[in-house]
Design a protein around this ligand. Structure first.
Ligand code: 48H
Length: 246
């Protein structure tokens, strides 16, 4: 016999057990697009909580280029695709084509097995003491209601919120310690290189990855080539791993 109250109890108990595990973690990754998912995956030896404001993760992967659900990556990210068991087709010497749906679903599946994910939750502010020490969260669905947020504490925070660079923007505004320049024009080659080069710590304990790097530093954009997003996520994970182990 199916019992409504047991169903409700099962959901509440298992969700809040998981939420309690997220209250004080090593790493909060904000944003579940390609860079955030990659970063979270390579940090999964640590306590990681990935927070995504939408119900579904994947960010800008699903739409490919202009809704054509294929994306392009460079040769040097094939080992990352292999780690996620994603298939690819060679287009020419340098470029490979990946199915956007397969990439999004593979990243999400791999990360959801290893990392606590809070979806439908929006990061709206940061805790700043000796650098960033956590994030301020609310339900995405709270809309215009005046509902005070809650706090998740973490040793480091990763801004993987894409073009909006939400976490860097609010930190920059409130600390006045750095500026968010806003992303530049399209220049795919330059953008791919610079985004990876500049991925890293932007303020004490606050790291930036993916398209948010272009926004923070005023770098060019690259369109639907995703190698830089994956490499940026992995690079930031490696820097954070080194920091947390030291
Ligand atoms: C929780 C939030 C919040 C918040 C946003 O946009 P994304 O896919 O970001 P990246 O950097 O991983 O990938 C960028 C890529 O998709 C892209 O747009 C490219 C390559 N563009 C090039 C070009 O020239 O246009 O994902 C960001 C995620 C999304 O899922 C958001 O919903 C989420 O972050 N997010 N989550 N709290 N405040 N803000």
């Amino acid at each position: 016999m199916v019992d409504e109250i047991r169903i409700t109890r099962a959901i509440i108990e298992s969700y809040f057990e998981r939420l309690k595990d997220c209250l004080d973690v090593d790493v909060v990754v904000v944003g579940g697009g390609p860079s955030g998912l990659t970063c979270a995956y390579y940090l999964s030896d640590f306590d990681v909580c990935l927070i995504e404001k939408n119900l579904s993760l994947g960010g800008g992967i699903w739409g490919g280029g202009m809704f054509f659900n294929k994306i392009v990556v460079q040769k040097d990210v094939l080992s990352i695709l292999d780690d996620f068991d994603v298939s690819y087709e060679r287009y020419d010497e340098e470029h490979y084509v990946v199915d956007a749906i397969e990439l999004a679903s593979s990243l999400i599946k791999a990360v959801s097995r290893e990392v606590e994910i809070l979806n439908g939750v929006c990061v709206e502010d940061v805790v700043v003491k000796d650098g960033v020490e956590g994030v301020v969260v609310n339900w995405s669905a709270s809309g215009d209601l005046h509902v005070d947020p809650l706090v998740i504490s973490s040793r480091v925070v990763v801004d993987a919120t894409g073009h909006d660079a939400v976490v860097c923007r609010v930190t920059a505004k409130k600390t006045k310690a750095f500026k968010v320049e806003g992303e530049g024009y399209m220049h795919a080659d330059l953008a791919e290189r610079l985004v990876v080069e500049r991925s890293g710590e932007v303020y004490k304990n606050l790291f930036v990855t993916g398209m948010a790097v272009a926004s923070v530093y005023g770098l060019p954009r690259m369109g639907p080539i995703f190698g830089g997003m994956l490499l940026s996520g992995k690079k930031v994970a490696e820097i954070i791993s080194g920091r947390l182990r030291s």
